[in-house]
Design a protein around this ligand. Structure first.
Ligand code: AP5
Length: 208
């Protein structure tokens, strides 16, 4: 199963991906996580990406595309993957299609986790993320329940940056909903419900 997760920042893409990984053993490819790891390692890519991420803007396409191409070719991605945070605009979506075609693979579904902006702002303002493994939880959880790492607030989860990210989503990423509807692989779930209820629908849609 090869899946793209779509949805505004904070819609719950990472949360649903974690559950799909646990149940189906798919590889979770989050471009946000890959970029944050590069920032932490202070690699050339990380140094270049950091200012865009802190400002809530998209990192230039070519940097992200190279990262994803490399990750899709790794052995563990051959049995199935969940792409989370990629593609983020039409150019990335077109590149993904041609890259998969060259590997004789295809997407089975593009799943939109749909949540309204006011809910997003509340969720992201109170989100904490594990420094070691990227696990996310609401504020108040100081130690990662998965690996024991330290939970912290991402720099881009501050109110002014959240609004910028939402604007970028509306202008650049939201058009992908119609792109994938046109490819007849769009599936939609109401993400403004408890995590397990959302997941029950996600699973039903993906295994139908
Ligand atoms: P990225 O890391 O991809 O961030 P994002 O898309 O903004 O998504 P988030 O990780 O913030 O949210 P999510 O939907 O995964 O929500 P989560 O499950 O954590 O990107 C960060 C930056 O990297 C970008 O701004 C850009 O600069 C750069 N970047 C990344 N990819 C790029 C690309 N392809 N091209 C260019 N630049 C790129 O949930 C949020 C919170 O809500 C959590 O606290 C969670 O516990 C809670 N929650 C989840 N579900 C529920 C629920 N059902 N009910 C209540 N609470 C819930």
């Amino acid at each position: 199963m090869n899946i793209v997760l779509l949805g505004a920042p904070g819609a719950g893409k990472g949360t649903q991906a974690q559950k799909l990984v646990e149940e189906f053993g798919l590889v979770h490819i989050s471009t946000g996580d890959l970029l944050r790891a590069a920032v932490k390692a202070q690699s050339k890519l990380g140094i270049e990406a950091k200012s865009y991420m802190d400002a809530g803007k998209l990192v230039p396409d070519q940097l992200v595309i190279n990262l994803v191409k490399e990750r899709l070719q790794a052995d563990d991605a051959q049995a199935g993957f969940i792409l989370d945070g990629f593609p983020r605009n039409t150019a990335q979506a077109v590149t993904l299609d041609s890259e998969l075609a060259s590997m004789e693979r295809n997407l089975d579904a593009a799943l939109l986790v749909d949540v309204k902006p006011d809910v997003i702002v509340k969720r992201l303002s109170s989100r904490r993320t594990c420094r070691s493994c990227g696990y996310t939880a609401p504020a108040g959880v100081d130690v990662c329940p998965r690996c024991g790492g330290e939970m912290y607030q991402r720099d881009d989860d501050k109110p002014e940056t959240i609004q910028k990210r939402l604007d970028v989503y509306q202008t650049q990423t939201a058009p992908l909903v119609e792109y994938y509807r046109g490819h007849s692989i769009l599936k939609e779930v109401d993400g403004d419900r408890p995590v397990d209820e959302v997941y029950a629908d996600v699973k039903a849609l993906l295994t139908a």
